[in-house]
Design a protein around this ligand. Structure first.
Ligand code: NDP
Length: 521
């Protein structure tokens, strides 16, 4: 387990045993820990960075602003070590049958489920999101392991009967070592969603979490090891953009699976182009959610809330542009405003908290900047959108923003750019044709949603929306069986579902001659 230095000395003694770590987690609130254990995880062991000449950085706990850990950015020596370990381990793993790999991954899933509460607690320290959400995020990683372990044994090729007794077949083979680079909003989910299919397909993984959220990816490595995953198959290197770049440009990396912003995604794609590497990009969004006047308004309001305030609004697929048909506009707005004003914010470890802290001060300022510029441009703030200070003094170093509803015009910056905070834009519309045009007028195309009781309209609009996902009468649901990914600048490739196997394997075609070689020379 990770070693935690307690600011409180009695509790420090308790952290010495694995069993008690979880008890400590359950009895603390934020602001109590500094993690002292090395946070790179290479060849089955936690390691400090080999290079201490690289930039050092301090990770803050979002809820309190207190130091959570201090690290050096992993340099080329660390990345080389991790990639070499992965390469060596991948050799035998890739030669195992899918069924054999499946058995190991099932154990990983069971152990992660057993430790769900501890991992969720750590995720709260890392991200500032409320504990009820963190538990759900761990479950999505368990789901990925269960799902991909289940289909590992179904990996197969095709058989072709050819003339004269010849035949052919295809083999689905692993790619080799996959680099996985994650964003800070769903660290454990990303570690699970990326590593589970990669491992199921016979690859090894080197994961780089965001420098803001280094903890749970390492804990996942320890769980994998304890469950029997051979050393070297899952490694973690900590660091920022430089480490990410070293990883994606490494000649022995076969593929990069990346989640993050459009700007960084484009850089990663350029780097991968240099090495002709496969790349999956899960990028940002500015997704539309359309509420037609025949919808069930209670469900639609619930859907709009789910579409905007999970993880303090720092969710790529959020339906941040909520279009409401004009004759239900005022009713929906008054219900939304009442519900949003009642959202409880504060200590993310507290069971009653619905919204926690923004990832850091800089990001909170960025979100507040969007709101302030929108106001200057004439947008009406219907509620929230202010920096707030929770009552508990321990939380005063964290950054909290009251959930906001704002009424901008379509051409304002806040309608065009991803804000990545608890800000719901609302717009009124008249007709289906008009709203479709406005909904599709975006550089992004990650997700979308429709609330209506008219089934014909629901499917007609779903077909015309330019987005990788469309929710009908719900929002922000991610069943592991269903592919997830973006249109336009929201990304390339898909995560989850059977299709993911194609992104983590390569296809070999084998021709077998049944007769003599017919040669004209
Ligand atoms: P960033 O693009 O800033 O960072 C993503 C990751 O890339 C981080 O680990 C980052 O390291 C790393 N990185 C930075 N520079 C490079 C580089 N040159 N080469 C390789 N890696 C690099 O995104 P954020 O972490 O700020 O996450 C927010 C963004 O992620 C939002 O746009 C959001 O929409 C998107 N996102 C998309 C999702 C999807 O599935 N479509 C899901 C979740 C988020 P470091 O952070 O340490 O600098």
């Amino acid at each position: 387990m990770l070693k935690l230095a307690q600011r409180n000395s009695t509790a420090a003694i308790l952290t010495q045993t694995k069993q008690l770590v979880s008890i400590v987690f359950r009895t603390i609130t934020s602001g109590n820990f500094e993690v002292e254990t090395p946070l790179n995880f290479i060849n089955g062991r936690r390691k400090n960075c080999l290079q201490t000449t690289t930039q050092s950085f301090t990770v803050e706990e979002p809820a309190t602003g207190k130091t959570l850990c201090r690290m050096h950015e992993s340099g080329i020596e660390d990345v080389n070590k991790a990639v070499n370990a992965a390469q060596q381990a991948q050799h035998d793993w890739g030669e195992m049958s899918g069924f054999e790999r499946s058995k190991v991954l099932q154990k990983c899933a069971h152990l992660l489920k057993e430790k769900q509460e501890d991992v969720a607690r750590l995720e709260v320290f890392d991200t500032g999101k409320p504990i009820w959400e963190a538990r759900g995020d761990v479950q999505t990683a368990v789901d990925a392991l269960e799902y991909f372990s289940g289909i590992a044994s179904t990996l197969c090729g095709q058989h072709f009967t050819l003339p004269g007794g010849s035949f052919g077949y295809t083999r689905r083979e692993p790619l080799g070592v996959v680099a996985a680079i994650g964003a800070w909003n769903f660290p454990i989910q990303m570690a699970g969603w990326k590593s589970a299919p990669a491992l199921a397909c016979g690859n090894a993984v080197v994961f780089k979490p965001s420098e803001f959220t280094p903890l749970t990816a390492v804990m996942l490595g320890e769980i994998y090891k304890e469950a029997g995953l051979p050393d070297g198959l899952y490694n973690v290197v900590q660091g920022g953009g430089q480490t990410g770049n070293l990883l994606s440009s490494h000649p022995d990396i076969a593929k990069v699976t990346f989640t993050g912003s459009v700007t960084t995604g484009s850089k990663v794609m350029k780097t991968c182009a240099g090495g002709i590497k496969a790349v999956t990009l899960e990028l940002g969004g500015k997704s539309p959610l359309i509420l037609f006047d025949d919808c069930d308004i209670t469900n639609a309001v619930n859907g709009a809330l789910l579409a905007n305030y999970l993880t303090q609004g720092q969710v790529c697929s959020n339906g941040t542009r909520v279009f409401i048909q004009e004759n239900i506009f005022s009713d929906v707005i008054s219900r939304l405003v009442n519900r949003v004003k009642a959202i409880k914010y504060g200590d993310p470890h507290c069971e009653k908290t619905l919204m926690g802290a923004m990832i850091n001060k800089k990001h909170a300022e960025k979100v507040l900047g969007f709101i302030s510029r929108a106001k200057q441009q004439g947008a009406e703030v219907l509620c929230g959108g202010k920096q707030i200070v929770p009552d508990n003094p321990i939380l005063h170093g964290g950054s909290y923003i009251s959930p906001c509803i704002i009424k901008p015009s379509d051409d304002m910056e806040i309608s065009l750019e991803e804000v990545f905070g608890p800000v719901m834009n609302v717009y009124s519309f008249r007709s289906e044709e008009e709203v479709l045009k406005r909904a599709n007028d975006s550089q992004f195309g990650l997700a979308s949603g429709i609330f209506t009781k008219d089934l014909n309209r629901a499917h007609r609009v779903a077909a015309k929306i330019q987005a990788g996902s469309c929710y009908i009468n719900n929002y922000n649901i991610y069943p592991i069986e269903m592919p997830f990914g973006g249109y336009k600048k929201s990304g390339i490739g898909r995560e989850n579902g059977m299709i993911t196997l194609e992104y983590f394997t390569q296809l070999k075609t084998v021709y077998v001659e049944g007769g003599n070689v017919d040669c004209p020379y």
